[in-house]
Design a protein around this ligand. Structure first.
Ligand code: AMP
Length: 418
């Protein structure tokens, strides 16, 4: 038996929901263009190694969420769980490191084997922004203000920018030592996952969702105290610029984000209107990523925004399902060919048209009204003979003399266009 429901965690998108997604996607494209970001599309699947090392073996994504399989040639393939590593891979394989900086927007589906719930799906949609090749804080400010701008263009209210810095490599190593010392003292209270993290990547304990881990994190050493001067200065410049731009933020010292590749700036836009899955958009600086993938050392910063979560929020977007302008109703089978030819003429003149052939004329007229059509065009024997069609204005008042007209095709087109 064919299973008719979509796979758990995946959904069919149609009608208002799909139009809402598309409207948000086009605002993302427009915003990106304003900031000089050009579109890029990468394949939906990549060699698994594109993700394993860059995201980190201890990340939830690599550890338990990737859709990985051997293809028929025996290659290990992964459905992309995120967009940054593929974009960086593409920048290298397309030779784009010769034309820096690269400012790119990627939109499309991502795949993670997570427990589905509201705002969390196994196939979900991201808008992702990558700025590759700029060392200075300007790039961080640019991508954060672009995210802020994008959310306000959609009309998202109540979103809060959480901001933190992970510092450079030196700062992170010092901090790592301090964290290990602290968590070692409380090892017995840590969750099983976090005991593994303590061995492999202690910073990630700060990202844990486990309540006992969270309680321990409150008193954990703060990275702030371990930042070297250049890392503090870098972060300070970003904060000052955001203030100058009027972008409010909240410093969140426990914000570390899930992937291994982040350094310096990390940020998230959260919305209290979303419930448990409250992160709308997240990103940061990932200077070490390209080198880790076998390329040159390359500064980079970016973010990814979950379209499915955005679409759950109340926005200012007014979405309506397009309705046909004309519904063409052939009286009987004899006039169907004429109806098809007329519909083609109207469409050529950019007038959307549907032919209604099922059931009696009265029911078809009602169906045209229900569809929200502006006109019904009736074709009977006389209409074919004279070349003049009966045109009913479905929106005109009952007593209007324009309620029903006899028009030839040219007059019909200009009547509708006017
Ligand atoms: P991440 O790539 O994990 O930093 O996620 C960036 C954004 O993508 C998040 O803030 C969410 O809005 C969205 N996102 C991540 N995972 C999912 C998921 N499983 N379902 C829906 N949206 C997601």
């Amino acid at each position: 038996m064919t299973k008719l429901q979509p796979v758990r965690g995946t959904r069919d998108l149609l009608d208002l929901r799909l139009l809402h997604y598309k409207a948000i996607q086009s605002i993302a494209d427009e915003t990106a263009t304003l900031y000089g970001y050009a579109p890029i599309e990468t394949p939906i699947f990549e060699y698994t190694s594109v993700f394993t090392k860059p995201l980190g073996e201890t990340s939830d994504i690599v550890g338990k969420e990737m859709y990985t399989f051997n293809d028929r040639g025996g290659e290990s393939i992964t459905l992309r769980p995120e967009g940054t590593a593929p974009v960086v891979r593409a920048i290298m394989s397309e030779g784009l490191t010769q034309t820096l900086p690269q400012r790119r927007i990627l939109q499309g589906p991502m795949f993670r084997y997570e427990r589905p719930q509201k705002g969390r799906y196994r196939q979900f949609y991201q808008i992702s922004i990558e700025c590759v090749g700029i060392t200075t804080y300007h790039a961080d400010v640019e991508v954060i203000s672009m995210a802020h701008d994008f959310l306000s263009r959609i009309g998202v209210k109540n979103s809060v920018l959480h901001l933190n810095t992970l510092g450079d490599m030196e700062s992170r190593l010092n901090y790592r030592t301090a964290l290990i010392a602290y968590f070692e003292q409380h090892k017995e209270k840590l969750s099983e996952d976090s005991r593994i993290r303590l061995e492999k990547n202690p910073l990630r304990i700060l990202d844990s969702k486990d309540p006992d881990d969270k309680a321990l994190c409150v008193k954990a050493p703060k990275l702030n105290a371990y930042l070297n001067t250049s890392s503090s200065e870098f972060f300070e410049k970003i904060c000052l610029a955001l203030k100058a731009l009027g972008i409010k933020y909240h410093i969140d010292e426990n914000l570390v984000r899930g992937m291994d590749y982040y350094c310096h700036t990390v940020f998230e836009f959260k919305s209290a209107d979303l419930g448990a899955q409250d992160t709308l958009l997240g990103g940061g600086r990932y200077d070490g990523l390209m080198e880790q993938m076998g390329g040159p050392s390359m500064p980079a910063v970016g973010w990814a925004c979950g379209l499915d979560r955005l679409a759950l929020l109340k926005t200012d977007l007014k979405i309506t399902i397009p309705t046909p302008i004309a519904c063409i109703i052939p009286f009987s089978e004899e006039q169907e060919k004429e109806a098809m030819i007329l519909a083609q003429h109207l469409r050529t003149a950019n007038i959307s048209s549907e032919i209604l052939t099922q059931s009696n004329i009265g029911k078809r007229l009602k169906a045209a009204v229900k569809k929200g059509a502006l006109y019904a065009v009736i074709i009977g024997e006389d209409e074919v003979k004279t070349g003049k069609y009966t045109v009913k204005d479905l929106k005109a008042k009952e007593d209007s003399f324009e309620k029903e007209l006899l028009l030839d095709i040219e007059s019909l087109i200009s009547h509708v266009q006017n």
